[in-house]
Design a protein. Structure first.
Lengths: 455, 334, 222
C-alpha cells in the first residue's frame, strides 16, 4: 500500500501567489495614484503661475481718454520661463474685441474676474490657458478688459515623465519589498504546520501520545482530529496486543498443563512403550509452542523492522545480559557460554530486535552444541559492528548455507532437534533492517559460525 | 499731434513692408543644393562665415538676402517657405517667431541653455551697444565713458552738438527698439539721455551703417547705441572714431539664427547653424569681424540680453504704442 | 525446598505441584494475588513461582508491591506472553528470572538453582551423608578435604540418587531427567556420568551400584 499522499496544489505557493498578486495590484494602484496626484499638483502649479501672470497683466490695464492702455509688465512673461522653454500665447480683448497679442487666441466668452483654466489649442498646439477679465471704470465709461494667456506644457510633460518614472520605480520597489515580505510571511505562516509535520515524522511508531504543543487557532481542529485518530489507533493497537497476549496465554497455559502432566506421568510409568508415547507428546508440545512463539516473534519483528525505532545501546551489555539469561539452559546441557568483548560497543538500533536475533543465534548454537563444549559469543566493533556466535557442533550443511535463512528452512542434519526454522530468518531480517546482513559459515576446525553484522 | 505720429508710424511700417532688398548675393552659384538665408547683417560682414561654411561643401550654394529686422519678421510671417535660415539681430522678433512656431527644433545641436531657446533659436554673437564719437569733436575734452557722462558732455557744449547727435529711429529699426527697451528697463538714465539728445535736434537713423558713415565724415559727433562691431570694422582703417562701451551698464545683443520649419534642406540648414555656433571668438584665426559668442566661460551669459519669453513683452502692440509715444515725447522735440 | 506457586489455572497448578513433589519439594498453591499475599505474610519460601495474568490483577503489581516492602524471596515469573515483550517489564519490576509456558521442568529447576545461587550462593539445606557434603545450589561436593564442582548433569544425577538412596533408577528414567526430549541419548551416555560420579564419591561412604538390566542404585556403606 502506498503511503504517498495525493497532492493538489501547495498551501505555501497559493498563499505566496495570493500575497504577491495583491502586492502587484497594490503597486499598480499606487503607481496610478501617485501619477494622478502628481499630474494634479503639477497642473495646479502651472495654473497658479498662469493666474499670477494674467493678474499682473490685468493690473496694468487703465483707461485714458476712453482709450485702453495695457502696460505689460516684463515679469508677466518672465515668470512663465520654464526649463523646456515653453511657448506663450496671449490676447487682450476689450469687451470681446481683439486689441493686442496673438490673433489665434480665442476669447472665452465666460471670462470673469476669477481666472478660468482650460486646456485648448493655439496654432495647432495643445496649451493650458487661463482667461481673466477686469472691469475698468472711466469718467463716463465702463469697459471690460479680458486677457487670455496660454502656455504649452513641455516642461510639465517632462516633469510628469520624471515623476512617472520615479513612481514606476517606487511601485517596483514596493512590489519587490512586498514580494519579499510575502515569502517571509508565508514561511512564517507555514512554519507551525512544518513543525507539526516534523514532530509527527520524528516520532517512533509506538509513540501514539497526543500532541500537546500549542498550535495556531486554525490548526487546532487538525491537531484535535489527529489526536483523536491517535487515541483510537492506540486503543485498537493495544486491543490487538492484548488479544495476542490473551490468545497466547489461553493456548500456552493448557499446553503447559499437558506438558507437566506428561512429565509427571513419565516419572511414574515404567513400560517403555508408554514412556515413548509420553516423550513424543512432550516433543510435540515443545515444537508447537516454539513454533507459535517464533511465528509471533517473526510477525512482531517484521512490524518493528518496518518502523525501526533506534536507541543508543551497548551491544556488550546487551549480549552479556542474554548470556546470563541463557546460562541455565546451557548448563543443563553442560555447554559453557562465554562472551568475548572489550569495553563497550556503542550502537544505535532497536534493542528488542537485536536481542531477539542474538537469542535465536544462541538458541541454535545451544541446540547443536555437543555436551561439554564451548559456545563463544564475540562482540566486535572492528572492522564492522558485528556479533559472532561460534559453536563446536557439526556446522551447517555446506550445500545449504545459502538457503538456510529462508523461512521454515531447516538444516538437513537438524535431526530431531526442535526448531521451527524461523530462527535464522529472524536474525537475517533484523540484520537487514539495521543495514547489515547475516553471514553463515563453517569453521575449518569444525563448528558453525553465525555473524550478525550491523551498520 | 500724437495721433498723427501714430498714423505716420503705421504708414512707415507699410512702406517698410514694400521695401526692396538692401542686398542680395549668391555664393557658389550653380551648385545642386541651395540654401536661402534671410539676414539683417551686412553682406560684407557676414560673407566670410558663409564662405567658410561652403569651403568644403562644393555642392551647396547659398543665396544671402539682406533686409531690416522688422522686414525679416514680416517676410517670414508672410512667406515662411521661401527661406531656410533666418538670421537677425532683433532677438525679440526672433524669439517671437520661434514662439509662434516658425522655427525647426534642431536635435543634437549642443548649446548652453541661456544661449538657445526651445532648441530652435541659437545665439552666435555677443555684440554690445556702444557710444561712438568722432575724436575731433572731443579734442581737449574728456571722453565720456558712461551715459551720465555723455549727458553732462552734451549739456556742457550744446552749441557743438546741436544737430550732431544720432541714434536709431526705434520706430523703424528692430535692433534700435530692442536696445531702447532694454535700456529703459535697466535705468531711468536712458530717458534723461533721450530728452537731452532730443533737445539737441537728434538725428535718427535706420541702420548702424549710415550712422557710422555720418560719424566718419564728421556730419555728427556722437552716436548712441551703435553696434560696436560695425564701428570696429571701420576703425581699423580710420582713426577718427572711438568706440566706447558704456561703463555703467552694458546692453549686449546676441545675433540669433534659426532654421525655418518648412525648410526643404533641414540637414544643410542645421549644419549651417551648427557651423555658426562652432566659430567661437578666441579661436586662433577669426573667420569674421563679428564678435562671435564664446560659450566656454560664463561672462557672456551674465552681460547679454537673455533669450526668454519676456522679450516678447515690448512687442505687444499696446505696450509698443505706449513706449514709442514716450520715446517720441523725449526724442522728437520740435 | 519450599515453593509458593501463584497460578489461577488449577489444572496447570495441579500438574506443576505433583511434578515438583516427585522431586521432594514442598509446594503451596495460591490461586490469586489475595491468597498469595496471605501466604507470603505467614510462611517463608525459598522461591516463588508467579503467574502474571491473575483474576484479581497483574502479577507484576504484586511483585512491585512486595519488593517495595521487605520481601526478599527470589521470584521466577511464569509467562504465557511473547518472550520479548514481557521480559523487560517483569525484570524491571523485581523478578529474578522468568520462564515461558509451557516449560521443561528441568529448565525450571536450572533457573531456580541459578536464581538461588545468585541470591545466596549456597543452599539452605545442604545434604550431609556418608562422609560427603552436597550443596545442590552451588554445585559443590565436599569429600574429606577435597571440594569438587560438579558439572550440571553430574549434579542432577547425584541429586536424583541422593533423594532416594537405595532405590533403583532405570537407565531410561535417568536419561529422561538428564537430557531433554529432543536430544539423542545413547545408552552409554548415562554410564559415562555414573562413572564420573563414582570417581567423585570414591573417598566417601556412598557407592553407586549397577544392577544389570535394571539400572542404578545409591548405596550407603557404614
Amino acid at each position: 500500500m502506498s503511503t504517498e499522499a495525493s497532492v493538489s496544489g501547495s498551501l505555501r505557493r497559493r498563499l505566496a501567489l495570493t500575497l504577491i498578486g495583491g502586492a502587484a495590484v497594490l503597486a499598480v494602484l499606487m503607481f496610478v495614484a501617485v501619477r494622478n496626484y502628481a499630474v494634479q499638483v503639477a497642473q495646479r502649479g502651472q495654473d497658479s503661475i498662469l493666474a499670477a501672470s494674467v493678474t499682473s497683466m490685468l493690473d496694468t490695464a487703465s483707461l485714458h481718454d476712453d482709450a485702453v492702455e495695457v502696460d505689460l509688465p516684463y515679469a508677466a512673461f518672465a515668470m512663465l520661463s520654464t526649463p523646456a522653454d515653453d511657448r506663450i500665447f496671449y490676447a487682450i480683448f476689450r469687451d470681446g474685441a481683439f486689441l493686442s497679442g496673438d490673433a489665434d487666441v480665442v476669447l472665452d466668452p465666460d471670462a470673469r474676474s476669477i481666472p478660468q483654466f482650460q486646456s485648448a489649442r493655439v496654432r495647432q498646439t495643445a496649451v493650458r490657458q487661463v482667461s481673466a477679465s477686469r472691469t475698468l471704470i472711466g469718467a463716463d465709461t465702463r469697459t471690460d478688459i479680458q486677457i487670455v494667456l496660454a502656455q504649452t506644457q513641455d516642461a510639465l510633460s517632462e516633469t510628469l515623465r520624471q515623476i512617472s518614472r520615479n513612481a514606476a520605480f517606487l511601485g517596483l520597489g514596493f512590489f519587490a519589498l512586498a514580494a519579499g515580505l510575502s515569502f517571509w510571511a508565508t514561511s512564517l505562516t507555514i512554519r507551525p504546520l512544518d513543525r507539526l509535520t516534523n514532530s509527527v515524522t520524528v516520532r517512533g511508531p509506538q509513540d501514539l501520545r497526543p500532541f500537546t504543543k500549542p498550535v495556531p487557532d486554525e490548526m487546532a481542529p487538525l491537531v484535535t482530529s489527529l489526536n483523536s485518530l491517535m487515541t483510537r489507533l492506540d486503543q485498537s493497537l493495544s486491543q490487538s496486543e492484548d488479544f495476542i497476549a490473551e490468545a497466547a496465554h489461553r493456548v500456552r497455559t493448557p499446553l503447559a498443563t499437558v506438558r507437566s502432566y506428561a512429565e509427571t506421568t513419565l516419572q511414574r510409568v515404567d513400560k517403555e512403550e508408554n514412556r515413548e508415547a509420553m516423550r513424543a507428546m512432550v516433543r510435540a508440545i515443545d515444537e508447537s509452542s516454539r513454533a507459535a512463539g517464533q511465528l509471533l516473534d517473526h510477525a512482531m519483528i517484521t512490524f518493528r523492522a518496518d518502523h525501526l525505532e533506534r536507541e543508543d545501546l551497548d551491544l556488550v551489555a546487551l549480549t552479556t545480559d542474554l548470556v546470563t539469561r541463557l546460562t541455565p539452559i546451557a548448563e543443563m546441557r553442560d555447554v559453557s557460554l562465554s562472551v568475548l568483548a572489550q569495553g563497550k560497543v556503542r550502537y544505535s538500533g532497536d534493542p528488542i530486535l537485536i536481542q531477539n536475533a542474538i537469542r535465536n543465534l544462541m538458541d541454535n548454537a545451544l541446540k547443536y552444541a555437543p555436551a561439554e563444549s564451548d559456545v563463544v559469543i564475540a562482540v566486535r566493533s572492528e572492522p564492522h559492528i558485528q556479533i559472532e556466535v561460534v559453536d563446536q557442533g557439526p556446522g551447517y550443511p555446506a550445500n545449504q548455507i545459502d538457503v538456510l535463512t529462508s523461512r521454515f528452512q531447516r538444516g538437513e542434519n537438524a535431526g530431531d532437534t526442535i526448531g521451527s526454522g524461523l530462527g535464522l530468518t529472524i536474525a537475517q531480517d533484523v540484520a537487514r533492517a539495521h543495514g547489515g546482513d547475516l553471514q553463515l559459515s563453517n569453521k575449518a576446525e569444525g563448528g558453525a559460525c553465525a555473524i550478525l553484522q550491523l551498520s | 499731434m500724437r495721433y498723427l505720429a501714430i498714423v505716420l508710424i503705421w504708414f512707415w511700417a507699410g512702406l517698410a513692408t514694400a521695401q526692396e532688398w538692401e542686398d542680395r548675393k549668391v555664393f557658389n552659384p550653380g551648385a545642386a543644393t541651395k540654401l536661402n538665408i534671410i539676414s539683417s547683417t551686412d553682406t560684407t560682414i557676414f560673407a566670410p562665415l558663409i564662405e567658410d561654411f561652403l569651403a568644403d561643401r562644393p555642392s551647396v550654394s547659398v543665396e544671402y538676402w539682406v533686409t531690416s529686422t522688422a522686414d525679416i519678421d514680416q517676410r517670414l510671417r508672410a512667406t515662411p517657405e521661401a527661406f531656410d535660415v533666418a538670421i537677425s539681430s532683433a532677438m525679440d522678433l526672433q524669439l517671437k517667431l520661434t514662439n509662434d512656431g516658425y522655427a525647426l527644433r534642431l536635435s543634437g545641436v549642443e548649446h548652453p541653455a541661456w544661449a538657445e531657446w526651445r532648441q530652435s533659436l541659437f545665439a552666435f554673437t555677443a555684440e554690445p551697444a556702444t557710444i561712438v564719437i568722432n575724436r575731433a569733436a572731443f579734442s581737449g575734452q574728456d571722453v565720456p565713458q558712461t551715459r551720465q557722462a555723455l549727458i553732462e558732455a552734451l549739456r556742457a557744449r550744446p552749441e557743438v552738438f546741436r544737430g550732431r547727435v544720432g541714434t536709431y529711429d526705434v520706430r523703424q529699426s528692430g535692433l534700435g527698439y530692442l536696445f531702447a527697451t532694454q535700456d529703459a528697463r535697466a535705468s531711468e538714465t536712458f530717458w534723461r539721455l533721450m530728452e537731452v539728445m532730443g533737445g539737441l535736434d537728434l538725428r535718427l537713423y535706420c541702420c548702424s551703417g549710415d550712422m557710422i558713415d555720418d560719424l566718419t565724415s564728421g556730419e555728427i559727433a556722437v552716436a548712441y547705441n551703435v553696434l560696436g562691431s560695425y564701428a570696429a570694422a571701420r576703425i581699423e582703417s580710420r582713426d577718427v572714431l572711438e568706440v566706447i562701451p558704456p561703463a555703467d551698464f552694458p546692453t549686449t545683443m546676441m545675433r540669433t539664427a534659426f532654421v525655418l520649419r518648412g525648410t526643404a534642406e533641414p540637414d544643410i540648414a542645421k549644419a549651417f547653424v551648427a557651423h555658426l555656433l562652432s566659430l567661437q571668438s578666441g579661436d586662433a584665426a577669426p573667420v569674421s569681424q563679428l564678435p562671435m559668442l564664446t560659450t566656454k566661460d560664463g561672462t557672456a551669459a551674465r552681460d547679454t540680453i537673455h533669450l526668454e519669453p519676456a522679450l516678447m513683452t515690448f512687442l505687444d502692440a499696446l505696450k509698443r504704442r505706449k513706449f514709442l509715444s514716450a520715446w517720441e515725447d523725449a526724442a522728437i522735440q520740435d | 525446598m519450599k515453593f509458593l506457586l501463584v497460578e489461577d489455572n488449577s489444572e496447570l497448578a495441579t500438574a506443576i505441584t505433583s511434578r515438583m513433589r516427585i522431586d521432594g519439594h514442598v509446594i503451596d498453591h495460591a490461586v490469586n494475588l489475595q491468597d498469595a499475599t496471605a501466604f507470603v505474610e505467614t510462611e517463608e519460601y525459598d522461591l516463588i513461582l508467579l503467574d502474571i495474568m491473575l483474576p484479581d490483577g497483574d502479577g507484576r503489581d504484586f511483585l512491585k508491591r512486595n519488593r517495595a516492602g521487605d520481601l526478599n524471596t527470589p521470584v521466577i515469573v511464569l509467562t504465557a506472553r511473547s518472550q520479548v515483550s514481557d521480559r523487560i517489564g517483569s525484570l524491571d519490576m523485581g523478578a529474578d528470572d522468568y520462564i515461558t509456558k509451557p516449560f521443561d521442568h528441568a529448565e525450571l529447576e536450572a533457573r531456580c538453582r541459578a536464581v538461588l545461587r545468585r541470591k545466596s550462593g549456597t543452599a539452605k539445606t545442604r545434604v550431609e551423608l556418608g562422609g560427603m557434603i552436597f550443596d545442590p545450589v552451588a554445585g559443590h561436593l565436599i569429600v574429606g578435604d577435597t571440594t569438587v564442582t560438579l558439572r550440571n548433569r553430574e549434579l542432577r544425577l547425584l541429586e536424583l540418587l541422593i533423594a532416594a538412596p537405595g532405590r533403583v533408577f532405570s537407565k531410561q528414567k535417568l536419561a529422561d531427567r538428564l537430557f531433554s526430549y529432543d536430544e539423542d541419548v545413547s545408552d552409554n551416555a548415562i554410564e559415562v556420568y555414573v562413572g564420573r560420579l563414582r570417581k567423585h564419591l570414591d573417598k566417601s561412604d556412598l557407592k553407586i551400584t549397577t544392577l544389570r538390566g535394571l539400572g542404578y542404585r545409591l548405596d550407603y556403606e557404614h
